[in-house]
Design a protein around this ligand. Structure first.
Ligand code: CA
Length: 235
C-alpha cells in the first residue's frame, strides 16, 4: 500500500512516516497543500492522509480539487481536536475518515486498516459500470454515453473494465498484459498501446469526456473530469 502524507509539521510527519514504514506501508511526504495536491493528482496512492491546516493551500481545498479531478483515493483528514466544522466540512468535501490531532499512531494504523478493507466498488450497479458520463456493460461489451452507443471488442472491454475498477489509479502496462493476455504470454507492450488507442477512439466515438491518461513511465489511468490537469502537466 502506498500512502501520501501531507503535513507541514516536518518533525511530526517524519515520525509518523517512520511508524507507517515499519508497518510495511510505502510513504511519500508533502509539506504543503500545493505539493500535496500535485502528488495526489498522480492517482498512484491507495490512501492519502491530509492535514487541514497547511501552508499554500488548505487541506479542504486540496481535497475538493482532487475530487473535482476525478481522484477517488480514500482520504483521512487530520483535524484539530474538537473542530466540529472541520469534520463536517471535510466529510462534505469527500473525505472518507478523519482523525483528531494529536493522535496515537496505533489509532491511525487502525483507520488505515479499516479503509483498506473498505475497498469500494461504488461504481457498480446491476453489473453495469458507471464512471463519469459513461455506462459500460462488461457482459455485453456495450458502451453508452448519453444517446450514443457502441460495442467494444473483448480486449477493449477487458481494458476498460480494468481501468474503471482501478478508480482513476494508474494501471501499469504489465497489469494490462496480465489482464488481457494472462501471465504466461509473450505479448509486448506495444500491443497494449494499440488497444489503448483503439479504446480511446471508441470513447471519442460516443462523445465521452472520459479519457485515458498516459502517465509516462508508469502506465494509464482513467480520467473523468472535464478540464485539464492533463494540459497543465503535459500528459
Ligand atoms: Ca498543519
Amino acid at each position: 500500500m502506498r500512502l501520501l502524507l501531507v503535513e507541514d509539521e516536518k518533525y511530526m510527519a517524519e515520525a509518523v512516516a517512520q511508524v507507517l514504514k515499519k508497518n510495511n506501508y510505502t510513504v511519500d511526504l508533502a509539506y504543503n497543500g500545493e505539493d500535496g495536491l500535485d502528488c495526489g493528482l498522480s492517482g498512484i496512492y491507495d490512501i492519502i492522509i491530509l492535514d487541514i491546516m497547511l501552508p499554500k493551500m488548505d487541506g479542504i481545498s486540496v481535497l475538493k480539487e482532487l475530487r473535482e479531478n476525478g481522484i477517488a483515493t480514500p482520504v483521512i483528514l487530520l483535524t484539530a481536536r474538537g473542530a466540529i466544522e472541520d469534520k463536517v466540512n471535510g466529510l462534505d468535501s469527500g473525505a472518507d475518515d478523519y482523525l483528531a490531532k494529536p493522535f496515537h499512531t496505533d489509532e491511525l494504523l487502525a483507520r488505515l486498516r479499516a479503509l483498506g478493507r473498505r475497498k469500494t466498488e461504488p461504481l457498480i450497479n446491476d453489473g453495469i459500470l458507471k464512471v463519469g458520463d459513461i455506462e459500460f456493460n462488461p457482459h455485453t461489451f456495450q458502451l453508452k454515453c448519453g444517446s450514443y452507443e457502441t460495442t467494444l471488442t473483448l480486449k477493449e472491454s477487458q481494458l476498460l473494465e480494468l481501468l474503471i475498477k482501478r478508480n482513476g489509479m494508474i494501471v501499469s502496462k504489465e497489469n494490462i498484459i496480465e489482464k488481457l493476455w494472462g501471465y504466461d504470454t509473450d505479448a509486448e507492450e506495444n500491443r497494449v498501446e494499440i488497444h489503448v488507442s483503439l479504446l480511446r477512439k471508441k470513447l471519442a466515438s460516443v462523445d465521452s469526456r472520459v479519457c485515458i491518461r498516459t502517465v509516462r513511465g508508469a502506465g494509464y489511468a482513467l480520467k473523468t473530469a472535464k478540464e485539464s490537469y492533463k494540459a497543465e502537466k503535459g500528459y
